[in-house]
Design a protein around this ligand. Structure first.
Ligand SMILES: Nc1ncnc2c1ncn2[C@@H]1O[C@H](COP(=O)(O)OP(=O)(O)O)[C@@H](O)[C@H]1O
Ligand SMILES: O=C(CO)[C@@H](O)[C@@H](O)COP(=O)(O)O
Length: 563
C-alpha cells in the first residue's frame, strides 16, 4: 500500500492553517496559512453598521476561502497524489457560532438580514452577552442546576446559550428566522460533507450538553425566558456524536474547488485546543496541555469527574475517549503583549528594534531578559480581556502596579509576561489541589516558538517542567489525526485516537526546566499577585466594573450629542 496522508485544518482567530501529514509518523509534509480577508470584525460590519462594545464577529465566507486557498496550496507544495489522502479533520476556535437557515446558509448571507449584526458569526471572544451569562448563572444557581459545578460554577458569556439568548433579546426576528444555531466547526464540516453533525466536544464544553443528561431541561430554559423553552428541540436539534466519528464523505463541489478526492472521510468538528492534546502525544492524566497564542487554553485528562473552581468545563470523552477532559483558560495572553507593542510602546523602541534588525517583540524580550525576577518592581493583573479562569468574569480589566518615572517599556513587557504566567499558576493550582493532579506542562501554539523568556517564566512560576510541541501547527496535526480516525484502520487510517497519538504525536527533545532561584522569588511575587487577584477579582473592589459602566454612560452621552 502507498504511504497514506491526512489533512488537518486549524481555524484560528485571525487565519486558517492547513497541514498535510504522513500517517506513517506524523511528519508535516506541507502547510499553508490563509489570513481571513475580513479578520475579526469589532467596530463595524463591512456595510458600515456600527457594533456595540465587546462585540467580535467573523465573516463565514472567510472559512470557505481557507479551504479554497490552503488545500490546493498544500497539494501543490507536497506533490502528494490526492488518492493517497484518506481523511480530513478540522478544529476551530469555540464557541464561535452562527445562525443558519433551512438550507444551512448563514443568515448574514441574506441581503435582507446582513445589516443586522446578530445575523453574523459571533467569534469566541464576543463578550457582549455578559448580561445574559450573569442572569443565566443566577437562575441556574437558584434552581440548583446539576450542570453548574461541571463548569466550575459559572457559564461563560463566550458560550452558546448566552450568545443565543443575546440574539433572542436584542434581535428576536433573527432568532425567529434562524432554523438552527451551530458552532462554526460543525457548520464548516456541514459544507464539507453536506451533513450537519454536532460534535460532542463543542456541545459538551460550550452548550452545556452532557453525555448522560443531555442539555439542560425545558424548565430551565423556560425559567431563563419562556421563548427559549423549546430551544433544544428546535434550534439546537440534531444528534451529538463523539470525536473521531466520520461526519460523511467529502462533497463533490468541495472536492472540485480543492483538488481532493470526493468521498474521503471527514471527521466531525473539533476545538483547537482539544485537538492539540493527542497531537502532543498526551493520552493520560497529569499532563496539562497549554495551547498558547492570542489566548491560552489549558487541557487536562482525569480519571473522575471533580469540581474545580472556575474551570471552563469537564466533559466525559471530551478530549480523549475513556477520560474526563478538563478545560480552563485565559482569555488574553499574546493579545496583551500585542496590545502593548501596538498601542503603548514609544517610537524609540521601534527604531532601536529596526536598527538591531529585530521585531519589536524580540527586542523587548531581549531587554526584558536582562532583569531578574522581582527586579522591575512592577506587577500586573492579566485581565486585559477579562478573566476566564478561575474568576470567570469578562467585566474585569487590566492592572499595572508599581510603575515609577524610571520604569522602562521592557520592564512593563516583562511584567505582562509574568502576569500571564501567574494567571496560569492560578489554574494549575486550582486543578492540582482539587484532585486533578498536574505533574508537568506541555506547550503548543505560536508563543512557545516565539518567546523563550516567556516559557522560562512559565516554568519558574509554576515550578514545573515544560515540554514543547515539535510541530508547527499542533491543533491542525491533531485535526488530521482525527481525520485519519474517521477514515478508519481498514482504509489506512487508525481505529482510535490513542493509536494515532502513539504513532504521530510528539514533543521536542529539549525540555524547559524551572530554575530554583527564580522559583523562590516568583513564589513571593505570586503571593502579591494573589492578593491583587482576590481584591479586584472577588468583589472587594469593583472599580473595574464601575469604570466600564462609567465608560458606557459617557459613550452613550457622546453618541446622543453627535446625533
Ligand atoms: N515574540 C513574541 N512574543 C510574545 N508574543 C508574541 C510574539 N510574537 C507574536 N506574539 C503574539 O502571539 C499571538 C499569536 O499567536 P498564535 O499562536 O500565532 O495565534 P493564534 O492564537 O491566533 O492561534 C499574538 O497575540 C501576538 O501578539
Ligand atoms: O476557547 C477556546 C477553546 O475552548 C479557543 O478556541 C479560544 O480561546 C481561541 O483560541 P486561540 O487564541 O485562537 O488559540
Amino acid at each position: 500500500m502507498n504511504e497514506k496522508y491526512a489533512i488537518g485544518i486549524d481555524f484560528g482567530s485571525e487565519s486558517g492553517r492547513a497541514v498535510l501529514v504522513s500517517l506513517k509518523d506524523g511528519t508535516e509534509v506541507a502547510d499553508h496559512v490563509t489570513p481571513y480577508p475580513h479578520g475579526v470584525i469589532t467596530e463595524h460590519l463591512p456595510s458600515g453598521v456600527e457594533l456595540g462594545m465587546e462585540w467580535a464577529l467573523q465573516h463565514p465566507d472567510d472559512y470557505i476561502e481557507v479551504l479554497r486557498k490552503s488545500i490546493p496550496a498544500i497539494l501543490k507544495t507536497s506533490q502528494v497524489n490526492p488518492i493517497d489522502i484518506i481523511g480530513l479533520g478540522i478544529d476551530f476556535t469555540a464557541c464561535t457560532m452562527l445562525p443558519i437557515d433551512k438550507e444551512g446558509n448563514p443568515l448574514c448571507s441574506d441581503s435582507q438580514l446582513a445589516d443586522n449584526p446578530h445575523s453574523w458569526v459571533k467569534l469566541w471572544k464576543h463578550h457582549a452577552a455578559q448580561e445574559e451569562a450573569t442572569q443565566l448563572n443566577e437562575i441556574a444557581e437558584q434552581r440548583g442546576e446539576r450542570f453548574l459545578p461541571r463548569y466550575g460554577g459559572k457559564i461563560s458569556s463566550e458560550w452558546m446559550i448566552a450568545k443565543i439568548w443575546q440574539i433572542l433579546k436584542e434581535a428576536p426576528d433573527i432568532y425567529e428566522k434562524a432554523d438552527q444555531f451551530v458552532e462554526a466547526t460543525d457548520w464548516v464540516v456541514s459544507k464539507l460533507t453536506n451533513n450537519l453533525k454536532r460534535n460532542s466536544c463543542t456541545a459538551g464544553y460550550k452548550a452545556i450538553w452532557h453525555k448522560q443528561d443531555g442539555y439542560p431541561s425545558e424548565a430551565f430554559f423556560e425559567a431563563l425566558d419562556p421563548r427559549l423553552k423549546d430551544v433544544v428541540k428546535t434550534k439546537l436539534r440534531g444528534d451529538v456524536v463523539p470525536l473521531g466519528t466520520a461526519a460523511g464523505g467529502l462533497a463533490p463541489d468541495i472536492a472540485r474547488i480543492t483538488g481532493l478526492t470526493p468521498g474521503i472521510a471527514v471527521a466531525v468538528g473539533n476545538v483547537d485546543a482539544h485537538a492539540a492534546v493527542p497531537a502532543m502525544g498526551v493520552v493520560s492524566p497529569g499532563k496539562m496541555v497549554m495551547a498558547m497564542g492570542t489566548s491560552i487554553c489549558h487541557m487536562l485528562l482525569g480519571m473522575e469527574e471533580r469540581d474545580v473552581e472556575g474551570m471552563c468545563g469537564v466533559v466525559e470523552d471530551g478530549i480523549i475517549p475513556g477520560f474526563y477532559g478538563y478545560e480552563a483558560g485565559q482569555s488574553a495572553v499574546g493579545d496583551i503583549f500585542a496590545w502593548f507593542v501596538d498601542k503603548a510602546v514609544p517610537g524609540y523602541v521601534y527604531e532601536d528594534a529596526k536598527k538591531a534588525n529585530m521585531g519589536v517583540h524580540q527586542w523587548l524580550e531581549k531587554q526584558a531578559a536582562n532583569y531578574k525576577p522581582g527586579e522591575t518592581g512592577i506587577i500586573a493583573l492579566d485581565w486585559w480581556n477579562g478573566n476566564r479562569s478561575v474568576l470567570v468574569d469578562t467585566e474585569l480589566s487590566g492592572l499595572l502596579i508599581g510603575a515609577t518615572l524610571q520604569t522602562k517599556p521592557e520592564e512593563i513587557y516583562r511584567a505582562l509576561l509574568e502576569a500571564t504566567a501567574f494567571g496560569t499558576r492560578k489554574i494549575v493550582d486550582a486543578f492540582h489541589y482539587n484532585g486533578v493532579p498536574v505533574e508537568e506542562l506541555y506547550a503548543c501554539g505560536g508563543l512557545p516558538q516565539k518567546n523563550r523568556l516567556l516559557m522560562q517564566i512559565y516554568a519558574d512560576v509554576t515550578n514545573r517542567t515544560i515540554k514543547v510541541a515539535d510541530s508547527k501547527q499542533t491543533p491542525a496535526l491533531g485535526a488530521a489525526m482525527f481525520g485519519a480516525v474517521a477514515a478508519g484502520g481498514d482504509n489506512g487510517g487508525f481505529d482510535s485516537i490513542v493509536t494515532a497519538a502513539d504513532r504521530m504525536g510528539r514533543v521536542k527533545e529539549e525540555f524547559i526546566e524551572p530554575i530554583p532561584d527564580n522559583v523562590q522569588m516568583y513564589e513571593k511575587l505570586y503571593q502579591e499577585y494573589s492578593r491583587l487577584h482576590e481584591h479586584f477579582g472577588r468583589g472587594e473592589n469593583n472599580v473595574m466594573k464601575r469604570l466600564k459602566t462609567i465608560k458606557a454612560h459617557a459613550k452613550s452621552r457622546v453618541t446622543m450629542k453627535t446625533n
